[in-house]
Write a protein that binds this ligand. Structure first.
Ligand SMILES: Nc1nc2c(ncn2[C@@H]2O[C@H](COP(=O)(O)OP(=O)(O)OP(=O)(O)O)[C@@H](O)[C@H]2O)c(=O)[nH]1
Ligand SMILES: [Mg+2]
Length: 449
């Protein structure tokens, strides 16, 4: 649980020492006092100032540092905030943190607590907080771009506009209810309200009909390599990632656990899974491996169904493998007589590859990248990037559907439907009813953020 903001919090906000520079942040009412003790004075606001940081009791110099002073409310957290850029040695950092701990009212920050304060002080809405978490977690270019858009309010601002439109429609309906004695709202108020609700419903539904691009981009496109034992699945994975990520052996049934690797294909995040060869087995461990292989392949965005060159097509693939399936023929080097096969996909989207010679691998990877771009990276930036967003917006759409379906004379119900929809949008940006989810969201942050 996060304590009330009367405490002043501090933390090392930069990465693991030792490093060239370490950034220590302090936020709260005693931040100014803390900075005065360490730096001997309070520097001019928002101006980098070189100071000698001293242990206040003894006056001993700890380090030379660049310090910044951001008086609230014009700071990231909205509170008085100090930032010290010291040399990133462990002893220097320990000395600074120890001194800060000695300042009355100061204590070490908990994970995400700086951001939580920014949220509490209205500096960031919840969708921006989520964008910030995603920005810190972004591994690829496309993920970074999406996260930054959300940090800048892509969804939060849109949700706020939608909420305003709802509130206006609600005002029209409620004005109508007040005007009429019999409960029948005049058409000149109800008509525009209904038109606005219809338009809004359309806009929110359009945001939801995005093929889950935003969620996919956060998680990465999941591609499972599946096929019969010994077909060369693990070798294919290793060749693609250019390291021995999975064990390869001539013994069928080598892979048991699912091996997961994360790739950055031209900025698109792709998670590649190597799975156990699918076959009947008496070995309980292998059976479990096969069960896992089937599960992960069924849940994947794409399955690469791997078959050895020259294998009987009776190795036919089982049902329920997932959304899309591509066939990958492996070990084409063993065919000998068929030199010079191109690196692109053959007819019917069949890829001919050899993990030994590397043939066809570049073509397969290019196709995977194009698929990732098509499924995740193409089109308008996605407004919805989390299950939370989707669930709330779906709830708003159902409330609007109910509103539009209310028969004449039930304007009070209509007004209530609109209130529910507005409430849902309020939850999206964290204005209302959010206590239960805040801990979950801030838990994802590191200490110092
Ligand atoms: N010549 C040749 N041999 C290959 C190629 N790819 C894999 N092999 C061999 O085929 C055997 C099986 O390879 P694996 O990658 O372990 O096959 P797998 O599909 O992962 O097998 P399981 O995990 O047991 O299902 C090994 O002896 C590999 O060296 C290839 O492109 N060319
Ligand atoms: Mg294997």
């Amino acid at each position: 649980m996060i304590c009330p903001a009367t405490d002043t919090i501090f933390a090392l906000s930069s990465g693991r020492p030792p490093a060239a520079i370490a950034v220590v942040r302090v936020s709260g009412p005693a931040a100014g006092e803390a900075l005065r003790r360490l730096a001997g004075r309070l520097p001019e606001p928002r101006r980098a100032t070189l100071v000698t940081v001293r242990e206040p009791a003894t006056g001993e110099a700890i380090d030379q540092a660049l310090v910044l002073w951001f008086p609230g409310p014009h700071s990231e957290t909205g509170e008085d905030t100090a930032e010290l850029q010291v040399h990133g040695g462990r002893a220097v950092i320990a000395g600074v943190l120890k001194t800060l701990a000695g300042v009355p009212g100061c204590r070490p920050a908990e994970a995400g607590e700086f951001t939580k304060r920014a949220f509490d002080n209205g500096k960031l809405d919840l969708t921006r907080v989520e964008g910030l978490a995603d920005l810190i977690g972004a591994d690829t270019e496309a993920q970074r771009r999406q996260a930054l858009r959300h940090l800048r309010g892509l969804l939060g601002d849109r949700a706020e506009t939608w909420r305003q439109r709802l509130i206006e429609a609600q005002a029209l309906v409620e004005a109508g209810i007040d005007f009429s004695d019999e409960g029948d709202v005049p058409a000149e108020l109800l008509g525009p309200a209904l038109a606005s609700i219809g338009g809004l419903r359309g806009d929110i539904s359009a945001a939801l009909a995005d093929g889950r691009r935003g969620e996919r981009l956060r998680d990465g496109l999941v591609v499972a390599i599946a096929g019969p034992p010994n077909a060369g699945k693990s070798s294919l994975l290793n060749r693609i990632v250019r390291r021995e990520a999975a064990i390869v052996s001539p013994v069928p049934g080598t892979t048991r656990d699912v091996v997961e690797v994360h790739l950055d294909l031209g900025g698109q995040p792709v998670t590649l899974l190597d799975t156990a060869g699918l076959r009947e087995s008496d070995d309980p461990v292998e059976q479990e491996g096969v069960r896992r292989a089937r599960d992960r392949a069924a849940a994947a965005d794409l399955v690469l169904w791997v078959q050895e060159a020259g294998a009987q097509p009776t190795d036919s693939r089982p049902d329920g493998l997932g959304e899309g399936i591509w066939t990958v023929i492996t070990k084409v080097d063993l065919r000998g007589d068929r030199g010079g096969i191109g690196t692109a996909a053959g007819p019917g989207g069949v890829f001919e590859t050899s993990a030994r010679t590397g043939e066809g691998i570049a073509g397969l990877m290019a196709a995977l990248e194009a698929e990732a771009v098509a499924r995740v990276g193409a089109g308008e930036p996605a407004l919805v990037t989390r299950v939370r967003h989707r669930a709330i917006l779906e709830e708003a759409v159902s409330a609007l559907d109910r509103a539009l379906a209310e028969p004449e004379g039930r304007e009070e119900f209509l007004a209530e439907d609109l209130r529910l929809a507005a409430r849902a949008l309020g939850r999206l940006v964290g204005r209302v009813d959010v206590e239960d989810i805040l801990d979950v969201i801030f838990r994802d942050f590191c200490i110092g953020k």
